[in-house]
Write a protein that binds this ligand. Structure first.
Ligand SMILES: *[C@@H]1O[C@H](CO)[C@@H](O)[C@H](O)[C@H]1NC(C)=O
Length: 214
């Protein structure tokens, strides 16, 4: 897509976003609909939209198409890709994003375990999560090494344990009466990013098998 077309698309999308948001405001509170206000939500949406429109190339959108979270996929990959599109490099970025998200959770767990005010009933689950996330980080690092050797097949098989470890951690909280997982959103982040990596590798492995068969 050319620059002018992208710009036009961004402007059209922004205008309709603006109009629809204001239509909603009008519907909800007629008394305030006359007052021109710039909602920070609109600004955030607008800057996200511009970022996406200008940075996610058609190759990245195509690459992320088969994942469960294509928007998250292209948003995490686009800022780290320069020059010609390389699918292995893009997968590496998504894996590193998953690793970063896992490091964030690990830090949360360490802080919670070190904090004397942490609910005693949560400590067992936190300890289980600590070891699950240690395993997740190790797995992702090994998968990244395999990727460096262009070995997507083994990286794929290795990586699947990231999702089972993530769910073991969540289960530990689900099975602890009286406590809920204190890093729910970050935990879902690991699931979403890790799921994207698996879907990308699944696509790569399947298309390679397919090309060997025909
Ligand atoms: C991961 O975190 C490091 C250190 O904060 C950062 O430099 C890097 O860009 C991040 N990578 C991704 C893919 O988000």
């Amino acid at each position: 897509m050319g620059f002018n077309k992208s710009l036009l698309l961004a402007i059209v999308s922004l205008s309709s976003l603006f109009l629809s948001t204001h239509a909603n405001i009008g519907a909800l509170s007629p008394s305030q609909s006359q007052i021109p206000t710039i909602d920070t939500n609109i600004l955030n949406l607008a800057s996200n939209l511009i970022r996406r429109t200008f940075k996610a190339s058609p190759e990245i959108l195509e690459f992320c198409k088969g994942t469960e979270n294509p928007t998250l996929c292209s948003e995490t990959i686009a800022p780290h890709i320069q020059g010609p599109f390389d699918p292995i490099k893009a997968l590496e970025v998504e894996m590193k994003a998953t690793l970063n998200q896992s490091l964030k959770v690990t830090e949360f767990i360490s802080d919670a375990l070190a904090n004397p005010n942490t609910d005693k009933r949560a400590r067992g689950a936190l300890s289980i999560c600590k070891s699950q996330y240690k395993s997740i980080k190790g797995t992702i690092k090994e998968a990244l090494e395999l990727l460096e050797q262009q070995n997507v097949v083994d990286a794929y098989y290795k990586f699947s344990s990231v999702l089972s470890d993530q769910s073991t951690c969540e289960d530990a909280f689900a099975e602890s009466p009286g406590v809920t997982i204190p890093f729910a959103e970050d935990s879902i982040g690991v699931l979403d990013l890790g799921g994207n990596c698996l879907a990308i590798m699944d696509g790569m492995v399947t298309s390679r098998v397919h090309s060997l068969l025909v």
